[in-house]
Design a protein around this ligand. Sequence first.
Ligand code: 6R9
Length: 656
Amino acid sequence: MSTIESVLHETRIFAPSTKFVEQANLADIEAYRALCAEAERDYPAFWSKLAQQHILWHKPFTRVLNDSEPPFFKWFEDGELNISYNCLDRHLANQPDKIAIIFEADNGDVNHCTYRELYQRVCQFANGLKALDIKKGDRIIIYMPMRIEAVIAMQACARIGAIHSVVFGGFSAKSLHERIVDAGAAAVITADEQTRGGKNHPLKATVDEALSMGDTDSVKSVVIYKHTGVDIAWQNNRDIWWHDLIHGKQGECAPEWVNAEHPLFTLYTSGSTGKPKGVQHSSAGYLLGTMISMQWVFDYKPTDIFWCTADVGWITGHSYVAYGPLAMGATQVIFEGIPTYPDAGRFWKIIQQHKVTTFYTAPTAIRSLIKLGADLPQQYDLSSLRLLGSVGEPINPEAWMWYYTVVGQSRCPIVDTWWQTETGCHMIAPIPGAIPLKPGSCTLPLPGISAAVVDEAGHDVELGKGGFLVIKRPFPSQIRTLWKDPARFKKTYFPEDICGGRYYLAGDSAHRDKEGYFWIMGRIDDVLNVSGHRLGTMEIESALVANPLVAEAAVVGKPHEIKGEAVVAFVVLKGQRPHGAQASEIAGTLREWVAREIGPIARPEEIRFGDNLPKTRSGKIMRRLLRSLAKGEEITQDTSTLENPAILEQLKQPVS
Ligand code: 6R9
């Protein structure tokens, strides 16, 4: 891939400015090394101190790490706390009138919500959930637009100890159904519609469809936030308006104290099989991870205006919208819309208007904004910015340089943060006052995070050589298990055949340069990264073969200028291989089918038809060959074991 090739030659280094260093929470590499050494010296003591500093405990913990049953680690296991108390109540005494959320709607309307108001709204809604008989440990699906109410719903669940599972609003009824069933959800919280880029998209209708697909008896209530006011279907005894639910409810609600290990949430993510994985996070360890990374990586200051553009449907929106910034008492921007509406200056306008200091977004957004208006940022006053961040996929050095020079005006460090749904918070990322940057590298692991690049036996590979990215020691914010599937958890993240199951296997490959900097090279499994979103190739294949026209399908990724990676599907139809206009029509139908089955993010960029797929004589699909075909590369692989070499010609061309 071009990204990987170009980062391999990247030698530029950017040290933070004196001005940045002077105000930084951690201001030199020695301070960073001292923290790493402290973790090395006494690992439990290091985490124990941080957990005491950052978390308000209802009952203090006495045990730090329980590693007696690896890989099922427990942290601070006899402590008790409440996450919503840590995010809201703690600010009531000293900064109740500080703005917690500056909300900007898709249409440009702006609302402010103070910590006191947010506290009251969360409590009211939590009381509403209690009135629906929702209890500690119940699972609640949240399928909401990117509005303050999404955060209120999440915080209210945390307040009463219910386990939320947010499903991104772009997911289809089928994907939603799968998650509702797997979670055994007691309720779904949604809205009538969501608005993005000037268009309305149904949410409640999708929930209705999902709930009609069977096995959803666990769902007793559907709470609907009225957003656009469109007519919706109604089921008595199940559906209730958000405003009716909170009507007359108290603005105070005693927090439910939970154990440190109580699951705060599950979040479904794609893996190498067709079934999404319910990544389960703890309460205390997770919260601690979000807070220390706010402090270290985002160099958080009480005067900051923090803006993470991620939707709360993804882990980034959990850690750096719904929890981290609130726990720190930050003022943050929440934006409902998209970067290109009404024009490609929207992000820059928001930064100017709300005087954003810390801006965190994805390379795919940066690339699309370069394409649509590389000079646009110069038309706005971006002087409030002091720090930029990137997440979700490797950032190519060209995009990095533009972000750095044009958006950050060569003044703001860029924190390229490598982490995952499973790690809960940043793992490898620069501490901006302390660590010089190299475009395209996420630099060095955070203190206490024992990231390494190893071979199958678990030995560190030589610097410069590629290998498996692992984290050797357990850390507080890590995934606890997969919901209802501990065996799959163990097999996926601590597989026996790699490192003997001793290390957390991230699923990425990486290498380190001579300064020890990490360079992420890509996934080692069948997971694609399309616009920073994880998609399992198997999931898309299952969706395709579920179409009555399709006999067989194989999906691979190919490099894409804006999205990073794009979905290419090789399809064998049950009937004749189509040609010309018919091929285009069927390809169009199948692309829409996948968008409907999974969600628009999974819509294949290209479909190619063949009489068969390239297979070995034992019947295995030769995916590597398909990847070369998708990229338009000459086939250099050995095709002698191919059952049917002739079909390669058929699969060379996309349907126009
Ligand atoms: C936070 C998030 C995780 C996968 C991860 C990796 C890729 C994320 C990256 C990055 C290179 C970065 N990834 N951040 N690759 N540099 N800074 O994105 O979580 O959706 O679970 O995706 O994304 O491949 O394994 P998630």
